[in-house]
Design a protein around this ligand. Structure first.
Ligand SMILES: C[S@@+](CC[C@H](N)C(=O)[O-])C[C@H]1O[C@@H](n2cnc3c(N)ncnc32)[C@H](O)[C@@H]1O
Length: 392
C-alpha cells in the first residue's frame, strides 16, 4: 500500500492508495492520523468477498437516472457485491475541517482526480459534489474505532484525534444504487477488506432494481423521510412514498415505538402470558414484512425475540426456524451487535426473564445506561472511549 504526502498539503492531508487488480485503485484523501492507522494494519486490506456468478448490471431507470438491477434471482442472505471505494475524501463537516480548509479538500480532490483514469473523472467530479454519493459519511470513524489495531503512540492529544469526522466515498457501481424506503438489500462498510458490502434482505427477481437506504427507514410520515432525503433528491420515487399502503406511516411508527425501551415495557407487561406475547411479536414481524422493511435492525431483533418466546412455550421447531433466520440477518451486519446483546440480556435470565423485564421497565435510568452502551458499540463509541482513556 502506498502512502504519499501531498506536496502542497503535507502537514494536513495525505493520499493513500490501495492497489486494485481489475478496477481503479482506491484513493483516500485523509489526515495523517488516518494514513498512519491504515499503514499500521497487518495484511490490510483483506481480499473482498466475491458472489461468484454475476448478480447485477448498471443501466438506465425510468425516472431516476442510472440504477443497479439484478441479472438473476437473488435469495435473502446472498451477496450482491463488495466494492472498494474509488475515492474517499473528507467533507467540509469532518472534524478535520478545523485544520483542513474547504479549499484544500477541493484542491486535493482535483489532484486525486488527476491520478485517475480519464474516463472516470467527469463522473467522480459530479458524484462528489455531494448529491450523488451514497451514505459513506462517518464510515472511517466507525471503522477505525471498531476494527483497527491502533498505533501505539498517537501524535497529539487523544480526544480530538479520534473524532475522525465525516468522509465521503465514491464507488464505481455502488454509487449507482438508488434509494428506496423499502430497500431490498442491507449495505455495510467492512473495514478489514475496506469495501462496502451489499447483501440481499428479501427475495429479488431477475430484472428487479436493487436498492439501498440513504436514511433511517422508520422515520414517518413520508414527508419526514422526504425532508431527510432532500439533500439529494426533490422527492423520493419509491413505492412507500408514491403509492404507500394506507397503514404505512402507522406501521413504521409502531415498529419505531417498539425499539429497545418499548420492547422492554411490552415484555414486562406481557411475558407472563407468553402465548399472547408470541402472537403479538409475530404480528409485528408480519407488519415489518408487509411494509418491506426486512433491512432494518429491528427485523432480526424481532426474529430473535420470537425464537426466544417460541422456546419458552416449548415450540422448538418454530424457535429453530426463527433463530436460523435471525442468525442469517445478524451475519449480514457483523458490526451491529446491539440486537444480539439486548436479546441476550433479556432472555439470558431463563425462568426469571419476566422479572428482568419488570426490573428494567421500572429502572429507566439504569437500563438507559446499558442501552447506550449497546448502541455505542454499534457506532464505535465504546471502543472510542476505551481507546481514549488508554492513551490519556
Ligand atoms: C447515489 S446516486 C444513485 C445513482 C443515480 N441514479 C445515477 O444516475 O448516478 C443518487 C441520486 O439518484 C437519484 N435517486 C436515488 N434514489 C432516488 C429515489 N428514491 N427517488 C428519486 N431519485 C432518486 C437522485 O438524483 C439522487 O441524487
Amino acid at each position: 500500500m502506498e502512502s504519499t504526502a501531498l506536496p502542497s498539503f503535507d502537514s494536513t492531508i495525505q493520499f493513500i492508495k490501495l492497489p486494485a487488480t481489475t478496477r481503479p485503485d482506491t484513493v483516500l484523501i485523509a489526515e495523517p492520523i488516518i494514513a498512519e492507522i491504515i499503514s499500521s494494519q497487518p495484511d490490510f486490506p483483506l481480499p473482498m468477498e466475491d458472489p461468484g456468478e454475476p448478480t447485477y448490471e448498471i443501466r438506465q431507470t425510468k425516472d431516476m437516472g442510472l440504477g443497479m438491477f439484478a441479472v438473476r434471482a437473488l435469495k435473502p442472505g446472498e451477496l450482491v457485491l463488495s466494492e472498494r471505494p474509488a475515492l474517499i475524501f473528507p467533507t467540509e463537516t469532518a472534524s478535520s475541517s478545523a485544520i483542513v480548509a474547504k479549499q484544500e479538500i477541493e484542491a486535493a480532490f482535483e489532484v486525486a482526480l488527476d491520478e485517475m483514469p480519464t474516463e472516470n473523472r467527469v463522473a467522480y467530479r459530479k458524484l462528489a459534489k455531494g448529491v450523488d454519493v451514497p451514505h459513506a459519511g462517518d464510515l472511517l470513524r466507525i471503522a477505525t474505532a471498531n476494527n483497527f489495531h491502533l498505533p501505539e503512540k498517537l501524535p497529539g492529544g487523544p480526544t480530538e484525534r479520534w473524532k475522525l469526522g465525516d468522509y465521503r466515498a465514491v464507488y464505481l457501481d455502488i454509487s449507482r444504487i438508488n434509494h428506496s424506503c423499502l430497500p431490498n438489500t442491507i449495505a455495510e462498510f467492512d473495514f478489514a477488506s475496506f469495501s462496502f458490502v451489499v447483501h440481499v434482505a428479501r427475495k429479488i427477481s431477475p430484472g428487479e432494481e436493487i436498492t439501498i437506504a440513504y436514511i433511517g427507514l422508520l422515520a414517518a410520515p413520508k414527508a419526514e423521510r422526504n425532508r431527510q432525503l432532500s439533500f439529494c433528491m426533490p422527492a423520493c420515487k419509491c413505492v412507500a412514498c408514491t403509492n404507500p399502503a394506507p397503514s404505512s406511516d402507522f406501521a413504521r411508527e409502531a415498529v419505531a415505538s417498539l425499539r429497545a425501551w418499548g420492547i422492554i415495557r411490552y415484555l414486562a407487561d406481557n411475558l407472563d402470558t407468553p402465548a399472547k406475547a408470541f402472537a403479538d411479536m409475530h404480528q409485528c414481524l408480519e407488519n415489518i414484512k408487509d411494509e418491506g422493511l426486512q433491512s432494518i435492525t429491528t427485523y432480526p431483533l424481532m426474529l430473535d425475540i420470537c425464537a426466544r418466546i417460541a422456546a419458552m412455550v416449548g415450540d422448538t421447531e418454530l424457535a429453530d426456524k426463527y433463530r436460523r433466520e435471525a442468525g442469517m440477518f445478524y451475519d449480514m451486519r457483523p458490526r451491529c451487535n446491539w440486537p444480539r446483546d439486548f436479546t441476550e440480556w433479556i432472555f439470558g435470565w431463563g425462568p426469571r426473564v419476566s422479572e428482568r423485564c419488570k426490573w428494567a421497565s421500572s429502572h429507566f435510568d439504569e437500563f438507559q445506561v446499558l442501552h447506550d452502551e449497546w448502541m455505542a458499540k454499534e457506532f464505535g463509541e465504546a471502543e472510542l472511549g476505551s481507546i481514549t482513556s488508554s492513551v490519556t
